[in-house]
Design a protein around this ligand. Structure first.
Ligand SMILES: Cc1cc2nc3c(=O)[nH]c(=O)nc-3n(C[C@H](O)[C@H](O)[C@H](O)COP(=O)(O)OP(=O)(O)OC[C@H]3O[C@@H](n4cnc5c(N)ncnc54)[C@H](O)[C@@H]3O)c2cc1C
Length: 404
């Protein structure tokens, strides 16, 4: 393993966004970046999660993607005559987003910086860090943590049976491996878009489905109000310097799951057709009988089911990865308190993703957050501000959008 100027932990969309920004600002960094991910591939977790839940379209708009220039995904789509979703705000199709990211990886020749390993320990040294991975160790002057470090959330009464055939978290469900659910009753828990995709997947396989949510379904195009992606809400957030209060602002802005209008309409028509039931309430108990049948009590109502699928999300927490845990001194409920440039304390370890929410706001984990984090980290590591209006898109990047 070679020593590196920058070690990036993880090869998801956040890592890809940081690397594309760093190389745009300073192309000579290319041989100095090592990206460590167990898959040895770019975006494997992202592709896996979209594949498992059969998600055909993103939730975020076309301008949110890992390249530096916001218009490049739209241009890629039109130049290659690729299909569009025609949904409100024009979110890209999953296949188009994947092709675009592959083109970006090819153009910047990013495969050569990948190392197929898991980071197990990061020790502080005089001039940087010693990064110990499952396939060896190396030195890095700076570390960017893009590991999406989180724990699954499950309703308390179901935690002891989680992971059995009867009760699964959405992060472990693979619809592609389930050919049919004919004659089965599936209970899907959660009011977010993942719950919607699981419901559509179960209905497609001829199941009878009940959706359980704690509150009536909230309709929202994005998972946070668009005001959080610009000055409308972020100016007030930035004025607030108290990390605890910022954390509370993040919590109330995210406020549980929501679904875009098109998914709400699909579910309403399934309810009208009698294929889907919706129960609003809290799960009070869950028992699996000797025959494997599941009995759930939802706010006093008994539901018998064959399987329960939890689309209840994950909670970011720095302690979920031991390699990160001992580097964090200040935190609020598992979210580190970072400097404005996303550094952890005075040393040279930077964070991107949901763990940067106290600095970036409630959309930190999304592709929008990846872009804002990449700008800040790039400025800190290279001194180059890619927000500078004078930055022109180089001709070579325009090739990404051209046929052939
Ligand atoms: C179903 C679903 C759909 C989503 N759709 C959208 C959307 O349309 N638009 C949007 O903006 N956001 C969306 N999001 C939110 C967010 O953009 C994604 O979760 C995205 O994958 C986050 O990117 P990431 O790079 O932080 O994490 P990941 O994609 O999870 O990548 C992190 C990588 O780090 C690796 N890693 C972790 N720990 C280590 C370690 N110790 N050593 C080495 N590697 C490590 C992991 O193996 C993983 O490959 C969606 C989320 C989900 C769950």
């Amino acid at each position: 393993m070679r020593d590196a100027e920058v070690c990036v932990v993880g090869a998801g969309p956040h890592a890809l966004t940081v690397v594309s920004h760093l190389l745009t600002a300073r192309p000579s960094l290319k041989d100095g970046i090592v990206v460590v991910d167990p898959s040895g591939q770019w975006l494997s977790t992202w592709r896996e999660q979209f594949g498992r839940l059969e998600i055909g379209v993103l939730r975020s708009p076309m301008v949110h993607h890992p390249d530096v220039w916001p218009g490049s995904l739209a241009r890629f789509t039109s130049d290659h005559a690729l299909k569009r979703s025609h949904l409100p705000y024009d979110p890209p199709l999953t296949s188009v987003f994947d092709s675009f990211c592959s083109a970006l990886v090819d153009q910047l020749q990013l495969d050569s910086m990948l190392c197929a390993a898991s980071v197990g320990e990061i020790q502080t040294e005089r001039h940087g860090y010693r990064v110990t991975t499952s396939s060896g160790s190396f030195q890095a002057r700076q570390v960017v943590w893009a590991g999406n470090t989180a724990r699954p959330i499950a309703p308390e009464p179901l935690t002891k049976s989680l992971g059995t055939d009867s009760i699964k978290h959405s992060s472990t469900i693979d619809l592609r491996n389930i050919p049919s659910l004919d004659g089965e009753h599936i209970v899907v828990v959660g009011g977010g878009l993942s719950a919607g995709h699981l419901i559509l997947g179960a209905l497609k396989r001829s199941a009878q489905v009940t959706l359980v949510t704690r509150r009536p379904i909230v309709e929202r195009n994005f998972d946070v109000e668009p005001g959080w992606l610009g000055p409308r809400f972020l100016e007030g957030f930035e004025r607030q310097r108290n990390p605890e209060r910022r954390f509370q602002m993040v919590l109330s802005a995210r406020g549980g799951g929501s679904m875009p209008g098109w998914m709400c309409q699909r579910l309403e028509s399934e309810i009208d057709a009698g294929h889907l039931a919706h129960v609003v309430g809290s799960i009070e108990s869950g028992n699996i009988s000797g025959t494997g049948a599941l009995e759930l009590c939802v706010s006093g109502q008994l539901l018998e089911a064959d399987r329960c699928w939890l689309a209840t999300g994950t909670r970011p927490h720095f302690c979920a990865d031991a390699a990160l845990a001992h580097h964090v001194n200040r935190q609020v409920d598992g979210i580190p308190v970072l400097r404005q440039d996303l550094r952890l304390g005075r040393r040279s370890m930077y964070l991107t993703g949901r763990l940067a929410a106290i600095e970036l706001g409630p959309a930190a984990g999304n592709l929008w957050g990846a872009r804002v984090a990449a700008l800040r980290i790039t400025r800190a590591l290279t001194g180059f501000d890619l927000r500078d209006d004078a930055l022109e898109e180089p001709r070579s990047r325009i090739l990404i959008g051209q046929k052939g």
